[in-house]
Design a protein around this ligand. Structure first.
Ligand SMILES: [Zn+2]
Ligand SMILES: [Zn+2]
Length: 334
C-alpha cells in the first residue's frame, strides 16, 4: 500500500492508510492507534466494567480472533475476566478449520474456549438444515437459520457460563451492511436493536457489546497481518445464498467513490435509532424451550419445527426429535 507513503507519526515507511485519520501509519504506530481506539471504545462507552465476566463470541475469523486477543490484553489492567464461546454449526469443510485457528490462538494467549454445537442444541447440523431448506426451495435462507440459531446458542451458552457481557467481533463494515439489509427489508426493529451496546429486554439475555464497532474491516485485516493472528482463508460455503454478499460489494464500491461514506451511514443509523420507537420491553418465555422471546414460540423453535417438518429434516435429524405441536407455517419475518 502506498509505496512511498510515510508514517504520519514517525516519518518511517508506512504500511497502512487509516481512513478515519486520513493519514498513513507505519506498522508500529498503526498497532498503537488500533489498540488505543478499541480501548477507548471500551472505556468511553462503558462496554465493560470492573468485575465483568466477558464471553467473547468467537467464530475463528479475523474479527472475532482480534476481539478475543484484545479483550484478553485489556482484561488485566481493566480488571475483568475473559473466555471464548464458539458455535459449531456443523458446516463440513469450513468450521473445523476455523475452530483449529481459534484453539491455537486461545492456547497462545491463555484463554478458555467453550464450544457448543447446533446438533446438541437443535438436533441437527446446519448442513442437514440446508438440505431441508433446499427441499422447500429456500423460502428461508440458510443464513437466516444460522443467524437465529447462532444468536440463540451464544446467548444461552454465555448465560449458562455466568457471563455478564457477550462481546462480538462486529466491525464497522458489518454494522453498515446489517443496517443496509434492515433498510432493504424495512425492518425497523432490527435497526433499533443493532447498536454498540444491546441492552437486553430480559434478564435471560446477556448484554451484547461490540468492541470493534468503529473499526473498518480493512484495518482489522491489517492488524491481524501485523500481529500474526492467523485464520485460514476458507469462506462459509453458504455465503452465495446471503443478501449480505452483494451488499458488501456495493458498499465497498460506494466507499471508493465517496471516502468516509461508511462512517456517515453509521452515524446516520444512530440518528434513526434515536428517532424510532424502542423495541418492546416486555418479553415472554418460549413455551417450548423457555428462552426469552417476543412471540409465544421463539424463532429458533419455530425454525427448528419448520425444518423438521420436511423429509430431509426428519431423515437427517433422526432421533433429534420433532418439536411437538408447532405449526408448519413458514416462519414469520425478522
Ligand atoms: Zn510510525
Ligand atoms: Zn424456543
Amino acid at each position: 500500500m502506498g509505496g512511498t507513503a510515510r508514517c504520519f507519526v514517525c516519518g518511517r515507511r508506512a504500511s497502512v492508510y487509516v481512513s478515519y485519520l486520513g493519514e498513513y501509519l507505519c506498522p508500529e504506530h498503526f498497532v498503537e492507534y488500533f489498540e488505543r481506539r478499541v480501548r477507548e471504545t471500551l472505556v468511553w462507552f462503558r462496554l465493560v466494567e470492573r468485575g465483568d465476566r466477558v464471553a467473547v463470541a468467537v467464530s475463528g475469523g479475523k474479527d472475532s480472533l482480534t476481539t478475543l486477543y484484545l479483550m484478553r490484553k485489556f482484561s488485566e489492567e481493566m480488571d475483568f475476566e475473559v473466555f471464548g464461546v464458539a458455535v459449531d454449526e456443523g458446516i463440513a469443510g469450513y468450521r473445523e478449520y476455523k475452530l483449529e485457528a481459534l484453539r491455537s490462538l486461545a492456547r497462545e494467549i491463555g484463554v478458555d474456549v467453550h464450544v457448543v454445537t447446533f446438533r446438541e442444541l437443535f438436533g441437527l447440523t446446519l448442513d442437514e438444515a440446508v438440505a431441508a431448506l433446499r427441499e422447500r426451495g429456500f423460502e428461508v435462507k440458510p443464513c437466516t437459520v444460522c443467524g437465529v440459531f447462532r444468536r440463540y446458542a451464544l446467548n444461552r451458552a454465555a448465560r449458562e457460563l455466568g457471563a455478564t457481557k457477550l462481546a462480538t467481533g462486529h466491525n464497522l463494515d458489518d454494522e453498515v451492511q446489517v443496517f443496509a439489509m434492515n433498510l432493504i427489508k424495512a425492518h425497523a426493529d432490527g435497526i433499533v436493536r443493532e447498536g454498540l451496546v444491546t441492552e437486553p429486554a430480559s434478564e435471560r439475555l446477556v448484554p451484547r457489546i461490540k468492541p470493534l464497532y468503529f473499526i473498518p474491516e480493512k484495518e482489522v485485516l491489517a492488524y491481524t497481518l501485523i500481529k500474526g493472528i492467523h485464520t485460514p482463508f476458507v469462506e462459509c460455503p453458504y455465503i452465495v445464498y446471503a443478501l449480505r454478499h452483494p451488499i458488501r460489494h456495493w458498499l465497498n464500491e460506494v466507499e471508493d467513490e465517496e471516502p468516509g461514506a461508511k462512517y456517515r451511514v453509521l452515524a446516520f443509523k444512530e440518528v434513526l435509532r434515536n428517532a424510532l420507537p424502542p423495541p418492546p420491553k416486555e418479553m415472554m418465555l418460549c413455551r417450548i424451550c423457555g428462552e426469552p422471546t417476543s412471540h409465544p414460540v421463539c424463532r429458533a423453535c419455530e425454525l427448528k419445527s419448520y425444518i423438521l417438518s420436511t423429509r430431509a429434516g426428519r431423515d437427517d435429524a433422526g432421533r433429534g426429535g420433532r418439536a411437538a405441536g408447532v405449526a408448519r407455517l413458514p416462519p414469520h419475518p425478522g
